[in-house]
Design a protein around this ligand. Sequence first.
Ligand SMILES: Cc1ncc(COP(=O)(O)O)c(C=O)c1O
Length: 411
Amino acid sequence: MDGALGRSGLEQLRSSAARAAPFEYTGAQTRPRWNFTGGFPDPRCFPTQHLLACLEAAVAEDMAVLQYGSEIDESLRYGEASLRRALRGAVVADRGEPVTIAEIMLTTGAVGAIELAFRAFLDPGDVVVVEAPTWPAALTIARQHRAELVAVGIDSAGMRVDQLEERIDELEAQGRRPKLVYTIPTFQTPTGTVMAIERRRRLADLAARVGFVVLEDGTYEALRYDGEPVPSIQSFDRHDRVLKVGSFSKTVAPALRVGWISGGEEALTALASVRTDLGVAQWPARALALFVEQGGYAEHLGRLLATYRQKRDVLHAALERECADLADWSVPLGGYYFWLKLRDQVDAGEAQRVAMENGIAMRPGEQFFGLPEDGRQFLRVAFSQVPEEVIPIGVAELGKALRSAACGSRR
Ligand SMILES: Cc1ncc(COP(=O)(O)O)c(C=O)c1O
């Protein structure tokens, strides 16, 4: 007996957000032989021993880390205080001005920060501007808030702020304006681009002039393999319009689920007022604070950058050898991904089918666009998870898949 509504009746009970979500359970699929798909760190790089020591030290020092956060010091809504203090140095350096710990909030990963910001600022029908392409979960969260999505293109210097200005003019002509602009300015997902400094400044100015919130996602920012760091959008913000998101997922370990968001006190109060998750676990947060305080984080990051830089170079060399006549790409200066644009003669759907059949997993470009067909000729290839020695073999297989899907090829 399946109950009054029967098994399929549950479908009718699901919220419109759950019905519209692209989620499918895919856990039963076989493991790919070459996993270039998700933004997973290299498991061989996890700083396991040091983290275990910090976790142990955190409990030994004070069992309260096993408790909820406290309302007295606001750790319940803002997160464990010593980690917020440890992050303060980074936020101050980034913003170029003093900040208080009331301007930093810990969240359940970067995604927790994005969800909170969307919840704090969006009502149904509000306009959210995203880059096209962008991180798919941001599209999902915006849709769950019934936001109207407006896409702005990306070129080699990041979000086309000139296009954003055009969209704003069009909206203004209808008596509307964007409420929130979500951007990943540094090592953008999926394109890997870095937004030019002048565009960052213009975006911060626009936010103040037009009146919208910028949500700056800095999840990959610490993973820079070449060149000098670029000032954040937040560093140009004089009107508390820019909220900036960070995470330990890509640098330390995603299982800790510790991210953060920084912004003006008023903006963070808005986030705190809609927070319902009872905070970030105190234990991993305190352990991470110890990891940072003891210099473990800086040391680990140095090793990590060397590993990923090398993997990026190996993947690039393999792509040059195997795919140069079938796809185009830019070499990312940081982050986890190459964004391949397949040449017109390659049937992207067929290439993906053959690649999957041969055990190569990658992300189809369609997933990164509000209008999936815009991503048809693209593939995102992550080099983070695949062992360095295996990358060339996987890319050789990818080359074969693309070749077999090229028109004029013998099948
Ligand atoms: C651009 C971007 N933002 C946020 C996240 C989520 O990170 P976290 O694990 O910190 O929630 C990801 C993960 O892939 C990402 O690519």
